[in-house]
Design a protein around this ligand. Structure first.
Ligand code: NAG
Ligand code: NAG
Length: 439
């Protein structure tokens, strides 16, 4: 009897100690609060758990997973399951993840979603299902998520018939303006390429479309998969660590249309874009990094960068640019880095605007501004060329840059002024779109 009591006491102590240790870990994690450094825990399937800004992420991306595994921590805020091999989402898969606020299931092979799969996700605001194989989804699936604000379902082969009626009506409710944008019908042929957001829902259930089996066209006869260059079909978008879009090396000839409005980093490098047309980025107001390196850019419209008030970094290296049209940089109040290398800059009067602008935005760190023409200035830094042109007296050029006539290394005008103090701070009215910053 005494032995038994002793054993029980021992067991109790062991559990208590284990529990206390867990609690300690939790408070330590809380105390670390906003710090970026964090311990990364590993789980089955080699997922990584980490926290940023007090929010817990479980990163299980690209792990050949076919389903959600048991034993994952359930108190997480963000679950990243992109680029796995999930085919079916079964009822209650996520019902234990009650704190979940974002769920990324893009780039899987999901073709079926059971009706109660999302039950319990009462805090979920972001659900990413783009680049899957869904043809049908009912509004009922979304009902358990009253907080849902962002739903991405583009690049799925939607069959626009009567079964899709409730979803189409749901995403068309004006207050649901960030649900289901960019998604398009793949079938029937009559609706091919039409946006779900803009469909006339009344037409979905009219007899001529209901239950009409439209034979799949032969491969040769398939309409070209992309009629217009459409960003959401061609490129991949991600929410973590910040909303970004990867359009690198996609053989693009123009800036794609329909770039999601909340994108903060846009990689358009290694493509074939020749011209930047006006106002192509005007809707992407939060853009911080724009990479156009490795295209064939010959010309930039004066209004090409209109609206990019928050841009920090612009990479235009490895293009065919010879000059900058007057006024092209006027909206870029917060630019900090400008990469210009690998372009055949012509040092004549047309380049003066760029130098003038850089002089008035001393916080902008720029690289690669070297004359390639005319012959007499070949290899000169463009600033040195402009100084010669202006016939400035030597005193002006003593501020340290002349030691590097080729301008190969990065240059900064004048002295090291604090970047933050420079440039006007534009008035920023109330944001039209709520951006969820996940880091
Ligand atoms: C832009 O893209 C090129 C090629 O993909 C890459 O080498 C470069 O580092 C990128 N620039 C920035 C600023 O990320
Ligand atoms: C330009 O591209 C070449 C390769 O094609 C690469 O080696 C070089 O680093 C690139 N330059 C810049 C400035 O991105």
């Amino acid at each position: 009897m005494r032995l038994l009591r002793g054993l029980l006491l021992l067991l109790f102590l062991v559990f208590w100690a284990a529990d206390a240790r867990k609690g300690e870990g939790r408070s330590r994690r809380l105390m670390r609060g906003r710090s970026r450094a964090r311990a990364v825990k590993r789980f089955a399937a080699d997922c990584k758990e980490y926290s940023t800004n007090g929010e817990k992420h479980l990163d299980c991306q690209e792990r050949q997973l076919k389903s959600v595994q048991s034993g994952w921590p359930e108190d997480i805020d963000h679950l990243l399951l992109a680029r796995n091999r999930i085919q079916v989402l079964r009822d209650n898969t996520f019902s234990n993840f009650r704190n979940l606020r974002s769920l990324d299931l893009q780039q899987n092979e999901i073709s079926r979603i059971e009706e109660n799969v999302f039950s319990g996700l009462s805090k979920l605001t972001t659900l990413l299902l783009q680049h899957n194989r869904l043809q049908m989804l009912s509004e009922d699936v979304l009902i358990p998520m009253p907080q849902l604000k962002y739903l991405r379902i583009h690049d799925n082969p939607w069959r626009c018939d009567c079964q899709l009626d409730s979803l189409v009506r749901y995403i068309q409710v004006p207050s649901n303006r960030n649900l289901g944008n960019y998604a398009k019908c793949a079938e029937p042929t009559a609706f091919w390429g039409r946006k779900l957001k803009k469909l006339d829902a009344d037409q979905l259930c009219t007899p001529q479309h209901e239950n009409v089996e439209i034979p799949k066209p032969e491969h040769e006869n398939l309409p070209a998969p992309i009629k217009e260059f459409d960003a959401t079909t061609l490129c991949h978008t991600y929410m973590h660590p910040v909303p970004h879009m990867d359009c690198r090396n996609r053989d693009l000839k123009t800036v794609p249309a329909d770039i999601p409005l909340d994108i903060m980093r846009l990689d358009l490098s290694i493509n074939n874009i020749k011209q930047l047309r006006p106002k192509k980025f005007i809707t992407v107001k939060d853009l911080k990094l724009l990479n156009l390196s490795g295209n064939s850019l010959e010309g930039i419209d004066t209004a090409a960068f209109t609206g990019l008030l928050n841009l920090n970094e612009l990479d235009l290296s490895n293009n065919s640019l010879q000059n900058f049209p007057y006024g092209v940089l006027e909206d870029l109040y917060f630019l900090k880095r400008l990469s210009l290398g690998g372009n055949p800059w012509i040092c004549d009067y047309n380049i003066h605007y760029l130098i003038y602008w850089l002089k008035h935005h001393r916080g902008v760190y720029h690289t690669g501004l070297v004359c390639s023409k005319p012959k007499e200035f070949q290899g000169w830094s463009v600033e040195d060329y402009v100084k010669t042109y202006n016939g400035e007296c030597p005193k002006d050029s003593q501020s340290g840059q002349t030691a590097d006539p080729a301008g190969i290394t990065a240059q900064k005008f004048g002295d090291e002024t604090e970047e933050e103090e420079l440039g006007p701070i534009p008035y920023r009215g109330p944001k039209k779109y709520e951006i969820i910053r996940l880091t």
